[in-house]
Design a protein around this ligand. Structure first.
Ligand SMILES: C[S@@+](CC[C@H](N)C(=O)[O-])C[C@H]1O[C@@H](n2cnc3c(N)ncnc32)[C@H](O)[C@@H]1O
Length: 249
């Protein structure tokens, strides 16, 4: 599907078509995903995940759900934070991404993580079961943004925290313009230089164009029913971190 549609069309899809497009793309890029992400972000992706985990407030004994866990980088960090009495459930559409995650889990010998295939929009996890739900660059890829946010609210315990890291667009127009050029011109060149899947990086650029920016995503979260919403721009606003809470009834 990906090769016939192209990244620009892929970024505009919705529903099952988007799910299939995203699923096949991440299956395709799973093996080199970590290496290429690190190179293309000049190693900053690791720093952004560290900030997410620090600001999440995760602590010993928590149950953390990592939606769109991919190769498990966030899930592994959370597993160290919550300790042996806590647990982490990593959910992803892509079995190939989860294979990478499982290999890392086995190397570290962490017994408190479970990886499972599933859709962030309909996880089949029990309601009100998670102290914390995290998403790292997943929400933008979900086939239905609103369904994903409602699913997060469903699985969170009242008072539980949602943390979400994703691409965004700076608010200051000249900087926004520079990052537009960076996404659409520099990143595809970097991808080509590193031998990466060019369509995946074009999709990254196009899907960022269509995703709500930091303030707009705050509004979407508020409308969905989240409380105590805070957000932080990272890399001058090209990436955004949001934290919000499921209100007590
Ligand atoms: C850009 S990767 C990020 C992976 C990881 N969170 C990280 O920090 O590197 C996005 C991941 O979200 C997954 N994904 C996209 N849409 C999804 C959905 N609706 N349900 C579950 N996983 C999804 C993809 O398969 C992919 O592994």
């Amino acid at each position: 599907m990906s090769t016939t549609l192209g990244a620009r069309t892929g970024a505009r899809l919705a529903g099952e078509q988007k799910e299939h497009y995203v699923h096949s793309m991440f299956d395709r890029i799973a093996a080199p995903y970590d290496r290429l992400n690190s190179r293309i972000s000049f190693g900053r992706d690791a720093r952004w995940r560290k900030i997410l985990v620090e600001r999440s407030g995760a602590g010993p004994g928590d149950h953390v759900v990592d939606l769109g866990t991919g190769t498990g980088e966030l899930a592994l960090q959370f597993a160290r934070e919550v300790g042996p009495e806590g647990r982490v459930t990593g959910v992803d559409l892509s079995a190939k991404m989860l294979e990478q995650a499982e290999q890392k889990r086995a190397v570290e010998g962490l017994a408190n993580i479970e990886f499972r295939e599933g859709n962030a929009c309909a996880t089949e996890l029990p309601s009100s079961s998670a102290d914390l739900v995290a998403m790292g660059w997943c929400l933008r890829n979900c086939s239905d943004l609103h369904a994903a946010l409602h699913e997060v609210l469903r699985i969170l315990k009242p008072g539980g925290t949602f943390v979400c890291l994703d691409m965004s667009r700076p608010s200051f127009a000249p900087v926004r313009g520079l990052f537009f050029l960076h996404r659409h011109l520099v990143m595809p060149l970097q991808a080509r230089f590193y031998g990466a899947d060019a369509e995946a990086y074009r999709y990254l650029a196009c899907s960022t164009d269509h995703f709500p920016d930091r303030k707009a995503l705050e509004h979407v979260m508020r409308t969905a029913g989240f409380a105590h919403i805070e957000s932080w721009p990272l890399m001058m606003g090209a990436v955004a971190l949001h934290r919000s809470v499921k209100a007590h009834l």
